[in-house]
Design a protein around this ligand. Structure first.
Ligand code: ZN
Length: 64
């Protein structure tokens, strides 16, 4: 799987800072199964805003 290059992403809030991607893992129990959901969020290095991109939203809504 190819990931989009997160380099040179400019924060849409302050339009100055650079977005730094973070990978988070969340475990959810569902009918005695444990689902592990990985999602990404990007934090602005300037204003600290947390940005979720469409790709991140897709992966976070995945239900195996
Ligand atoms: Zn910013």
């Amino acid at each position: 799987m190819k990931w989009l290059q997160n380099k040179n992403l400019i924060c849409p809030i302050c339009e100055e800072g650079q977005l730094i991607p973070n990978v988070c893992t969340e475990q959810t129990r569902y009918k005695e199964k444990t689902l592990t959901v990985d999602y990404e969020s990007s934090t602005c290095s300037n204003c600290g805003s947390e940005i979720v991109t469409p790709i991140q939203a897709q992966s976070s809504t995945y239900f195996g």
